[in-house]
Design a protein. Structure first.
Lengths: 357, 560
């Protein structure tokens, strides 16, 4: 089978291309599946450069953000017996203010801190787009539920690219480094979940506590009351840098709040687990499946403080306790699991050919 | 020089016309006509004498004497000529110096000058007529009634537009129109010339490989299905076919024939038509539909409808410049013929070149009842909305498919999401896919004049995909009468639709019948129709060519 991944162009979805490249690499390594990657703009415009790739593919996997722009192209390739599958592995939520669907989180650009808005689309149009494709998959159980009845969405959880994650060495350091992975919302989200004050409180009590946060620009670092030398901020697009500092993190924090956070995948938590980092997260649907390997708490400052105090005080004990989580995460590697995606694609394909879907 | 019988006939006819001009005191017309006779038949003494008389009557004895003297040189010792010359000399106190032959030639050239100014009187007439047409409830009829007048005033119409473009500082439009006007005036002059020079019946041997057809389109990259079909059919015939739009590179060689597709939608197309007319290249005007009847709420109205005065004027001008009009609707062709145009129907069809047309349908668990936007409008669908919802509710296996028109899809908000599907617009090459999503096609069309002259392309497409249909009873659907059921009353719609949903065998039989009928419309078959049309125009370009047609009385044979 030949698979073509179509990624959205622009800065809004930096993870999509990385994810498809990882899948392509694994497929290439396993010698089973031929995989190619195509720019969404070329696909949507049925650009001459895109035609050989599409023609060659059996299955075309389209990122959610491509769908509303590619009505013509989707139908064009379906007419030529290509199986089109939507990849809904990015949070899709309804924005009450503008009455449109928001595809993915708003992101802060790494260089100047400018906010990159996500794509928003008319709800009806997005439904039309979804109904044009042969099937879909998502890394979020809520998204699977959201679109039930519109089309067949399969749950395919995130897997981690262990090859890429485990190449970064552990850097010995003094003190305890708290790592915070925010999906969106920056400092505002940190404050709303109660994590901001909790960090400030424990940092005030424990001078050895430092903070590395991904999801906010460093120009806003003054909004956390902590000595400057003890805090380090990374904008959400700096995933490579984040991967390089992850091994040095001692306690992982996953503040989550709202519909968008609930519809994210599990990659962030698997990263902590694969690096034997004890973690604590908000009670969110996106973390629920992994609750047995960490702590889920309500978004209240005093609860966060209590848990952080406990983790900081007993860090060695909790580190030893990460073995189960570590072993679980090793089983969630891309190499071992990408076949699930292929099986789903084949299943959708046979359904289409049998006239079932 | 001995004149051929055809030339003699031509000369006599023109002289008769000239005498009519004189009788009706149309001096300018008489001047031009006799000047053209002098140019075309320089041995004809009578024409020099008449011109001399005309100059004398308009108080230009020097010019009159010049013409008389040339006549004397051509025919010595003619008493009539001598009498005229002495009359001038005797009646004037001063000695009249005749114009020299070179001066006479300049005068003749002036008379034949196509770049003459347009008379203010004509401008006023044109303005008045234009106002009447644009404010008329039935502009088409008014245009048809005034075709002769419009013909005469065409340069004046263009001049009005040029002035308006100047006021609006639209230099691009002004230049384009100026070019058309000049070309028209040149054509008018050359057509007069052609009366004497062209043989009345041209016998041309047409070999396909020598025919170069140029198809003028608004956008080369986005052609209509009909233009694609014409290209395909003509190429199958062996003709050399080229598409040309404003962005195309200039052509090095003139075509044998030009087909202009809906040229009123783009001033450049009209300009090209005028230019090819000036080069005496026969032109077929291909009209996709009866734009005069296009309703205001038609999605293409602003671009193609005749509500905009510019479109209306361009439409009329295009019809006047064409040697033949082709249209997919027999009824529309008949209407045009009745108003004096040389119009023939050339039906729409499909091409085997697009392999998707004959691709087997994919099995599906549902019976899809579908409607496609280009078959009509949401208003048409609205009329049977209740029936559709009723049938969808009645039969759980059915699914409603609405293609191309989101407004039409909104009519079915009450239908559950899992029982309906919207298919956005596709490229025309993917129409087979769109049609392939339907098991029963709905073609509701309101009873309005525009729908009487619609093409039957939808029925062809449905036929080739073996899709049975339910359609309103209108000329196109009634004439096709294969592969579906006709309905008038709402109950009839319900019964027919219900029957098709329930009876798989009937669906199959109708699908097969439609398929057989649609096979007749494959490009390979249609090429014969196009071939005949093109042969006819090339052989007899001026059979009813507008600018040489003496009267628009509806007669089809315009031979002079």
């Amino acid at each position: 089978m030949k698979v073509l991944f179509v990624f959205p162009t622009g800065n809004q979805y930096p993870d999509a291309l990385n994810r498809y490249q990882s899948l392509q690499r694994v497929m290439y390594k396993q010698h089973q599946i031929e995989a190619a990657i195509l720019d969404g703009r070329l696909f949507a415009g049925i650009h001459p450069d895109s035609i050989p790739l599409c023609m060659h593919a059996d299955v075309i996997i389209l990122h959610a953000a491509i769908l509303p722009l590619a009505h013509r192209a989707i139908q064009h390739w379906r007419a030529r017996d290509k199986i089109i599958i939507a990849d809904l592995s990015t949070p899709i939520v309804y924005d009450q203010e503008i009455h449109r669907l928001q595809i993915g989180p708003a992101l802060i650009q790494s260089t100047d801190g400018e906010l990159v808005p996500p794509l928003t689309v008319d709800g009806n149009e997005f439904i039309w787009s979804l109904k044009l494709v042969d099937g879909a998959f998502s890394n979020s159980r809520l998204i699977v539920e959201d679109w039930k009845g519109i089309l067949d969405v399969r749950f395919i959880p995130d897997w981690i690219d262990l090859d890429r994650l485990l190449i970064h060495p552990y850097e010995s350091h003094e003190g305890i480094i708290l790592g915070v992975n925010l999906v969106e919302g920056g400092i505002g989200k940190l404050q709303a979940t109660g994590v901001l004050h909790a960090i400030e409180e424990v940092a005030a009590r424990h001078s050895e506590v430092k903070l590395i946060l991904i999801g906010e620009h460093s120009r806003n670092s003054h909004l956390i009351e902590m000595p400057q030398e003890r805090k380090y901020f990374l904008p959400p697009m700096e995933k490579v840098q984040w991967a390089s500092v992850l091994p040095s993190i001692d306690i992982g924090l996953l503040p989550r709040m709202g519909e968008l956070d609930d519809r994210t995948g599990r990659e962030a938590v698997l990263e902590y687990m694969a690096l034997k980092i004890p973690w604590v997260g908000s009670e969110s649907a996106s973390l629920y499946d992994q609750r047995g390997y960490g702590w889920l708490i309500q978004n209240q400052t005093d609860l966060w403080v209590t848990v952080l105090e406990d983790l900081i005080t007993n860090i060695d004990h909790y580190r030893r306790d990460t073995l189960d989580a570590y072993l679980f995460s090793l089983g969630q590697g891309l190499d071992e699991n990408f076949n699930q995606l292929i099986t789903s694609c084949l299943h959708i394909r046979s359904q289409v050919l049998d006239g079932v879907s | 020089m001995v004149l051929t019988p055809a030339q003699q006939t031509d000369m006599q006819l023109r002289k008769t016309l000239g005498r009519n001009h004189l009788r009706e005191n149309r001096i300018d017309d008489a001047f031009r006509l006799y000047a053209s006779l002098v140019r075309d038949y320089p041995q004809d003494v009578e024409s020099y004498l008449v011109l001399g008389d005309l100059f004398l009557a308009t108080d230009n004895p020097a010019a009159a004497l010049g013409f008389y003297q040339i006549a004397r040189e051509k025919m010595d010792n003619n008493q009539e000529i001598e009498k005229r010359i002495s009359l001038i000399q005797n009646e004037n106190d001063e000695k009249i110096t005749p114009l020299q032959p070179e001066q006479v030639n300049i005068l003749l050239a002036d008379l034949l000058d196509p770049n003459q100014q347009i008379r203010e009187e004509d401008l006023q007439k044109a303005g008045k007529l234009l106002h009447e047409i644009t404010h008329s409830a039935n502009p088409g009829e008014l245009v048809a009634e005034n075709l002769d007048e419009i013909e005469k005033l065409l340069p004046a119409f263009l001049e009005i537009n040029i002035r308006q473009a100047k006021e609006e500082r639209r230099d691009d439009i002004r230049d384009g129109l100026e070019h058309i006007k000049q070309t028209l005036l040149e054509v008018a002059a050359s057509q007069i010339n052609m009366l004497g020079t062209l043989p009345l019946e041209k016998t041309i041997e047409i070999s396909p490989e020598r025919v170069r057809v140029l198809i003028l389109v608004a956008d080369e990259m986005n052609t209509t299905p009909r233009v694609d079909l014409i290209c395909e059919a003509l190429r199958l015939t062996g003709y050399e076919v080229h598409l040309k739009s404003a962005s195309s590179p200039a052509m090095t060689e003139l075509p044998s024939l030009v087909i202009a597709s809906n040229p009123h939608t783009n001033p450049w197309l009209l300009e090209q038509m005028a230019s090819f007319t000036a080069n005496r290249i026969p032109i077929i005007l291909d009209l996709d539909m009866d734009y005069e009847q296009m309703p205001l709420n038609h999605p293409d109205y602003l671009q193609k409808g005749l509500g905009l005065p510019a479109n209306a004027r361009a439409y009329t001008a295009a019809m006047l410049l064409a040697n033949m009009i082709t249209t997919p609707s027999p009824r529309f062709a008949e209407q045009l013929s009745r108003t004096g145009y040389r119009a023939i129907p050339v039906p729409d069809g499909w091409s085997r070149k697009n392999l998707l047309w004959e691709k087997p349908m994919i099995k599906r668990p549902t019976i899809n009842i579908g409607w496609i936007g280009h078959t009509g409008s949401a208003e048409d669908l609205l009329e049977i909305r209740r029936i559709i919802i009723r049938v969808i509710r009645e039969f759980p296996r059915t699914q409603l498919i609405i293609a191309e028109d989101p407004k039409a899809f909104q009519l079915f908000e009450s239908v559950p999401e899992n029982r309906k599907l919207f298919l956005p617009e596709v490229a025309q090459e993917d129409y087979p896919y769109l049609y392939g999503q339907m098991d029963v096609l709905l073609i509701p069309l309101r009873n309005i004049p525009f729908h009487y002259s619609l093409s039957d392309s939808v029925l062809v497409y449905a036929g080739i995909r073996k899709i049975p249909w339910v359609a309103s009873r209108l000329p196109a659907t009634t004439a096709w009468n294969n592969g579906g059921l006709l309905s008038t009353a709402m109950e009839e719609w319900h019964t027919n639709l219900r029957q098709l949903v329930m009876d798989e065998d009937l669906r199959h039989k109708l699908g097969e019948a439609g398929y057989l009928r649609a096979m007749e419309r494959e490009a390979g078959h249609l090429r014969l129709v196009w071939e005949n049309a093109i042969h006819d125009v090339i052989k007899n370009p001026n059979r009813t060519g507008f600018l040489v047609q003496p009267s628009r009385s509806g007669k089809q044979d315009g031979s002079v």
